[in-house]
Write a protein that binds this ligand. Structure first.
Ligand SMILES: Cc1ncc(C[n+]2csc(CCOP(=O)(O)OP(=O)(O)O)c2C)c(N)n1
Ligand SMILES: [Mg+2]
Length: 319
């Protein structure tokens, strides 16, 4: 990976982190309702993988943060507006929160509020691309807990048998709310399951965004050239509670502190840049200034948006 690409990943990771910080300030101001699932700690997976996608590809995201949409290039103020319930959001004031965001022009197909709904949608999207002879690959993100839904198994099998162009991207953070991965999965790695569906299974360090990018690039290339699906398991860390407000009483404090200190994707990428890019400090500083001002501008723009009219609540109500 060249210097520009490393700096690009750093910028992407920082953007997701700072966007989320901005969202949390809005939450503290009482502007946001609902449960937000922080993506802090997992930005490197989301940014690295999405950077390997082509413009025409489809993205099915998971619920952990909004790094997915931001990395894919959705305007940051639009994503804020969705949380604020403003007309400028992708749902135009209806979905105050993450699960209903969709942005078809970037191939962002949305998410199902019922976890595991995306697996079968991924199969349908890939099949439609094949039938229409569109050169699209589907990247479908999901958590380790979600991998235990029955839909994963039926979708992975269908993708394997039909050699569909799908990259299954599991963000294994070791937790599903307060249940550990070990307590809920019969095998020691999600990637092992790939053998049962006739596809390669790859384990990658999710805190190393460049490594995630490379694994995804190879999987996408394989999918696009007719080689079929790949299951990537990115080992990652959830730095905050399951949702904002979860005190994480069930977690070992020492381990959590160690993860935050040693496994932060922002710091890991910055260290890599410092050791390989000339003028690294200046470059990092310039990126940081630029991204901070972009995020602040997006927040201001979103806050000055328009609330939907009361009648909007009846739109799409059919019964
Ligand atoms: C079918 C279904 N069951 C339960 C929930 C409630 N729920 C939301 S997130 C979550 C944990 C998912 O864990 P994982 O897939 O590992 O993702 P993570 O939260 O760790 O990112 C659960 C149980 C849901 N939304 N849908
Ligand atoms: Mg998890």
């Amino acid at each position: 990976m060249n210097e520009r690409q490393l700096l690009g990943l750093y910028e992407g990771i920082l953007r997701c982190m700072l966007w989320e910080q901005g969202l949390m300030s809005m939450q503290a101001e009482g502007r946001i309702s609902g449960f937000y699932h922080s993506g802090r700690g997992q930005e490197g997976v989301q940014v690295g993988a999405i950077a390997a996608m082509a413009p025409q590809d489809y993205l099915l995201y998971a619920h952990r943060g909004c790094g997915y949409m931001i990395a894919r290039g959705m305007p940051m103020e639009v994503v804020y507006s969705d949380f604020l319930g403003m007309m400028e959001g992708s749902t135009r004031g209806i979905g105050a929160g993450i699960v209903h965001i969709a942005w078809p022009s970037l191939g962002i197909l949305g998410q199902s509020g019922t976890l595991g709904g995306s697996f079968t949608i991924a199969v349908g999207a890939a099949l439609s691309a094949r039938i229409r002879k569109e050169n699209k690959v589907v990247v479908c993100f999901f958590g380790d807990g979600t991998a235990n839904r029955g839909t994963f198994h039926e979708a992975a099998n269908a993708a394997g048998v039909w050699k569909l162009p799908i990259v299954w991207l599991c963000e294994n953070n070791g937790w599903a709310v307060s249940t550990t991965f070990k307590e809920s999965c019969a095998v020691s790695s999600i990637a092992e399951r790939a053998a049962g569906y006739g596809m390669p299974g790859v384990v990658v360090d999710g805190q190393d965004s460049a490594a995630v990018h490379e694994a995804t690039r190879v999987a996408i290339e394989r999918a696009r050239s007719g080689g079929g699906p790949t299951l990537i398991e990115a080992l990652t860390c959830r730095f905050r509670g399951h949702y904002e407000g979860d005190a994480q009483e069930y977690r070992d404090r020492g381990e959590l502190d160690r993860q935050r200190k040693d496994r932060d994707p922002v710091e890991i990428m910055a260290a890599r840049i410092r050791s390989s890019v000339p003028n690294a400090e200046k470059e990092l500083e310039a990126i940081s200034e630029r991204v901070k001002s972009e995020v602040a501008g997006a927040a201001e723009k979103a806050k000055s948006g328009t609330m939907p009219p009361r009648s909007r609540i009846y739109d799409y109500v059919y019964a």
